[in-house]
Design a protein around this ligand. Structure first.
Ligand code: ZN
Length: 350
């Protein structure tokens, strides 16, 4: 499993938490079946947005990122998210992006203009079934350029970008530069897990441009299709009708919720719903989640399950039905006993 991780420039909000808790649930359900789920979750610690956020606070990007990473790890630990087996960092994969860029140039999937290696990106639009206007709007949400004057086609994106004055840069055959965002994840995934993934997880907003370009680059490099056999794009968390995002300041921080509520209550609130669907966070729903969790604990404290092994089988069957956590918890609450204890244990709800 490759989980598209954080850019450590901000404290974890509920939108991040939903993605990483759902990735954790997917891995735990697989392990419950006896599958040896190997999780790789990257850290995008070379990023223009990160550099800008650090500069705003008068900090060095590296030390700033380290502090944010520490807070993220603390929040994930509190939420019961198991540490990934691999945690590659963009910083230590710059050389792999140079290798990727060189190979894409060699095959003609990319071209060089003024120190920048441009990836031919029309395939990313085709893959996503979107036109240029929609692609431009989605790219702009991430501060990504679309239709750069140097590019041969508006959909082309940098695998490697020539450095601007004053920013951190690395050497390459094409001069000093920086890795492109999508190329970073492609390089980290390919280096860590090889040419194909069983499952790629990330927030719904990353479907395009980030994951579409990442997959296109990986497939152009290796010829192995599909790069990801399954995608899990986790639904956005909204506040007052708008998606939580740093750019709008429309945020609820994990640490603020955990100051007032047990972590298991927040974890339950995040997963007691269909994983792909966007939803609205309302503080009162934490009280409802706490009450539901209490009923599940009470059910787990009862003796043998009503329905015995059929009930534990029904919990597993619900989880295997597109990770239907609400249905699994309904069975667990009704049957009690082993079924409730199984659901609480697989979902790591304490
Ligand atoms: Zn990514």
């Amino acid at each position: 499993m490759y989980v598209c991780g954080i850019t450590p420039y901000d404290t974890t909000h509920l939108g991040h938490a939903a993605t990483f808790v759902w990735a954790d649930v997917a891995a735990r359900v697989l392990r419950h079946l006896g599958v040896d789920a190997e999780v790789c979750r990257n850290v995008t610690d070379v990023d223009d947005v990160l550099d800008a956020a650090a500069a705003e606070r008068g900090a060095e990007p590296d030390s700033f990122a380290a502090v944010q990473q520490f807070r993220f790890d603390r929040d994930m630990t509190a939420l019961g998210v198991r540490s990934p087996a691999h945690e590659p960092r963009a910083h230590t994969h710059v050389g792999q992006v140079v290798t990727l860029a060189a190979a894409l140039l060699e095959s003609g999937a990319a071209y060089l203009r003024g120190g920048t290696v441009w990836f031919r990106g029309q395939g990313a639009l085709t893959r996503s079934g979107i036109g240029e206007a929609a692609a431009a709007a989605l790219a702009a949400e991430f501060g990504q350029e679309f239709g750069h004057p140097d590019a041969e086609h508006p959909a082309d994106v940098p695998v490697w970008r020539a450095a601007r004055l004053g920013e951190a840069a690395w050497p390459s055959p094409w001069g000093e530069g920086r890795p492109g965002w999508h190329a970073e994840c492609a390089a980290m995934a390919l280096t860590t897990l090889g040419p194909a993934l069983d499952l790629h997880v990330g927030g719904e907003d990353l479907r395009f441009p980030h994951h579409a370009y990442e997959a296109e680059m990986a497939e152009a490099l290796t010829g192995v299709r599909p790069f990801a056999r399954a995608w899990m794009h986790v639904g956005a968390v909204r506040l007052d009708g708008a998606r939580m995002a740093k750019s709008t300041g429309n945020l609820v921080l994990v640490s603020d919720v955990l100051a007032k509520h047990p972590a298991a209550v927040l974890r339950l609130l995040l997963v007691d719903r269909p994983w792909a669907r966007a939803w609205d966070f309302r503080p009162a729903d934490l009280d409802a989640a706490a009450a539901r969790l209490d009923r599940l604990y009470a059910a787990g404290a009862r003796g043998g399950a009503v329905g015995g092994s059929a009930a534990t089988g029904a919990v597993t069957a619900a989880l295997l039905t597109d990770l239907d956590v609400p249905a699994a918890l309904d069975v667990a609450g009704e049957a009690g006993g082993d079924a409730a204890r199984l659901a609480l244990s697989v979902l790591n709800l304490g």
